[in-house]
Design a protein around this ligand. Structure first.
Ligand code: NAP
Length: 323
């Protein structure tokens, strides 16, 4: 029988890749999309009839219950969130509504309407904040240091509690930063690849950044969504870290992006303390031992491939828009 999956956050980076993956596996894919005055379907327009869009909002419990009753999904992936850390400082209550309470509404809707559905919650390495240990494992204590991390920690524990208390098949994937050509423009990785492309085309002259020594554990979004799907195919629900298991500095990223277009980064990049992150996390790096050993998952795409594919995409997009 054809499996049915419901994805929230379909229009986001991960939602679009997950929809592609599930459609390629023969799933009937439903994507929850909230109403906006302009279309937000850019990342999924190429999927056409492979995805059926359903209307709903994490702020509205009735809409979630209606969607679950109508679609009767076997698997539900909650990728929707207010996902941008800096905005969580200026809009903390809204971040909590989407990213924390939205998950309560969804879990409660599943419990009432489709308790046998398997549920994936997009947790985040931001729950670790200033961690006690490096690399972090599934047992590392949560010490979130921004409203986004706090909201994700709440969502994580609610998911674990619904698993324990109501015996839902519910899992959290603690994802570290992951990127792709579909990454939002506000994120630093994207800012670097798109500015390198703009400088190459003569459309920009310089790139101002914060701490070049800051390190992150970055992987490709395509690898991350493959792990999400694998998690819901197991006999028992469990939580896993989804990461590359290695860190790279912003300086390495800049070097790689500029050299991929034949430029020397030192000629264009300057450090501006205005862009320093006040809550810079300490050595966020995920241990992928558990997911590697239990689910046989590891990243397929390298850091260099990720950077180069994003610069290439940005170059093409900018060139096309000039024609
Ligand atoms: P994203 O590109 O920012 O997408 C977020 C999605 O959530 C969008 O489709 C957005 O819809 C939707 N959304 C926001 N508020 C909503 C609401 N009230 N009701 C319904 N939908 C709503 O995020 P992403 O990068 O794909 O990340 C996917 C998930 O993984 C998020 O939960 C994020 O917090 C988490 N995560 C991401 C990373 C990463 O590095 N990418 C790392 C750790 C965890 P609109 O198009 O209408 O705005």
């Amino acid at each position: 029988m054809t499996k049915k999956a419901l994805i929230t956050g379909l229009t986001g980076q991960d939602g679009s890749y997950l929809a592609e993956l599930l459609a390629s596996k023969g799933y009937q894919v439903y994507g929850l999309v909230r109403r906006t005055s302009t279309s937000s379907l850019e990342r999924i327009s190429h999927l056409g009839s492979q995805v059926e869009i359903v209307s709903g909002d994490l702020l509205d419990q009735c809409s979630l219950m209606d969607v679950i009753n109508d679609t009767e999904p076997d698997e539900i992936y909650n990728l929707a969130a207010q996902s941008y850390v800096p905005l969580s400082w200026t809009q903390p209550a809204l971040t909590a509504e989407y990213t924390a309470l939205g998950v309560s509404r969804l879990l409660e809707s599943i419990r009432r309407c489709k308790p046998d559905a398997r549920f994936y919650q997009a947790s985040s390495s931001e729950v670790f904040g200033q961690p006690d240990e490096s690399p972090q494992t599934e047992r590392t204590a949560f010490r979130p240091r921004n409203p986004y991390g706090v909201a994700k920690a709440y969502a994580h524990w609610m998911t674990a509690n619904y698993r324990q208390h109501y015996h839902l098949y519910a899992c959290c994937g603690i994802t570290y930063t992951h990127e792709s050509p579909r990454r939002g423009a506000e994120f630093v990785f994207r800012k670097i690849t798109s500015t390198a492309a703009k400088i190459k085309l003569g459309l920009a002259k310089e790139l101002r950044l914060g701490n070049l020594e800051a390190k992150r554990d970055w992987c490709y979004a395509k690898d991350a969504v493959r792990a999400m799907w694998l998690m819901l195919q197991q006999e028992k629900p469990d939580d896993y870290i989804i990461a590359s298991g290695e860190t790279h500095s912003v300086k390495e990223l800049v070097e790689c992006a500029f050299s991929s277009v034949g430029l020397s980064w030192q000629d264009y990049v300057s450090v501006d303390p205005e862009f320093y992150r006040p809550d810079e996390p300490v050595q966020l790096i995920g241990s992928i031992d558990k997911i590697k050993n239990q689910l046989d998952w590891q990243p397929e795409y390298s850091f260099a491939h990720l950077v180069e594919s994003m610069v290439e995409y940005d170059l093409k997009k900018l060139t096309d828009s000039q024609v």
